[in-house]
Design a protein around this ligand. Structure first.
Ligand SMILES: Nc1ncnc2c1ncn2[C@@H]1O[C@H](COP(=O)(O)OP(=O)(O)OP(=O)(O)O)[C@@H](O)[C@H]1O
Length: 289
């Protein structure tokens, strides 16, 4: 997927200025940046939920799903052979791209299974019977996200984290080749944060899914992403591997606070924003104590 020269605005006021973003099949691309830098707006434009003032979104012409994997696509291939997302009808687009949004209105009075089954909507004909693989895909989506155990429970009785996982299951049930996630670890406890990041990696590595994920936690971005796109004031400030983008001077300048970065022997990146309460001397003193 390639977002090209995207200019995005609200009420005529641009908030993203000519951004380019390339999401590759089988790779995880993390969008990071300060509050208000345009991450969600950019992600929503890739999901066709925010119409660009200028620019376009191109998709690989394979129309494949998570189950089938997808071909590698370079920006030049997409420019030549890609499909302009704006030309697809809603159903065609929804078979290719799904977004786990930050918040969604959840219909009341339905079960977890019914909400997950909702993800099958672009694969259904006029009759449910048309979706032969649907039941198996829904079951698998619920197992992967750990919601199968409360499949028959009402969504009204779920915690924030459980509901987040049910919506993720619904996105997986949609079985698209592009999966976009906006701050998916919000509301999740430590275990499910880690499991969600593992699942994201598994979908990319084993199923060739194209993944774009907005993350505030830079250490999570470093751990899960192949590429990081750093946005600042609606502009792409840096693109590259985590080791290339998540460096002290770039982060300190983007976030307006000193950010130290450590890389251990295994190449794991840890970022440490230094506030007044969190001077290096204090951190070292606590480590000794
Ligand atoms: N519905 C809206 N109406 C008007 N302006 C908006 C709207 N949503 C977002 N904006 C503005 O667009 C800019 C980008 O917002 P966006 O939500 O894309 O940033 P973000 O990087 O995702 O922020 P955060 O990290 O806080 O979620 C901000 O200046 C924000 O105030």
């Amino acid at each position: 997927m390639l977002g090209l020269d995207l200019t995005l605005s609200y009420d005529g006021a641009p908030v993203v200025h000519g951004a380019e973003i390339h999401l590759e099949p089988g790779k995880v691309t993390a969008l990071v940046g300060p509050n208000g830098s345009g991450k969600s707006t950019l992600l929503r434009s890739l999901a066709r939920l925010h119409r660009p003032d200028a620019g376009r979104v191109l998709l690989a012409d394979d129309g494949r799903t998570i189950s089938e994997g997808s071909h590698a696509t370079e920006p030049a291939d997409l420019l030549e052979h890609g499909i302009d997302a704006a030309t697809l009808n809603g159903r065609e687009f929804a078979r290719r791209v799904t977004l786990l949004a930050q918040s969604r209105p959840t219909p009341g009075g339905i079960t977890v299974r019914e909400l997950v089954e909702f993800g099958r909507h672009p694969h259904r004909g006029r009759w449910v019977a048309g979706d032969a693989d649907g039941a198996a895909i829904v079951r698998r989506a619920m197992e992967l996200t750990g919601v199968a155990e409360f499949a028959e429970q009402s969504v009204d009785r779920l915690s924030g984290g459980q509901l987040q996982r049910v919506w993720l299951a619904s996105c997986l049930a949609q079985d698209t080749s592009v999966l976009l996630l906006d701050e998916p670890t919000t509301y999740l406890d430590l275990r499910y944060q880690v499991e969600l990041l593992d699942l994201i990696r598994e979908l990319a590595d084993e199923h060739g899914v194209t993944i774009g994920v907005v993350l505030h936690d830079l250490d999570q971005a470093a751990a899960v992403a192949d590429r990081v796109v750093l946005l600042e004031s609606g502009r792409v400030r840096a693109v590259g591997t985590p080791a290339e983008v998540l460096v002290s001077d770039v982060l300190s300048s983007a976030y307006g606070i000193r950010v130290d970065v450590e890389v251990d022997d295994r190449g794991c990146i840890t970022t440490c924003p230094i506030g007044r309460y969190n001077t290096r001397e204090r951190v070292e003193r606590l480590a000794v104590a």
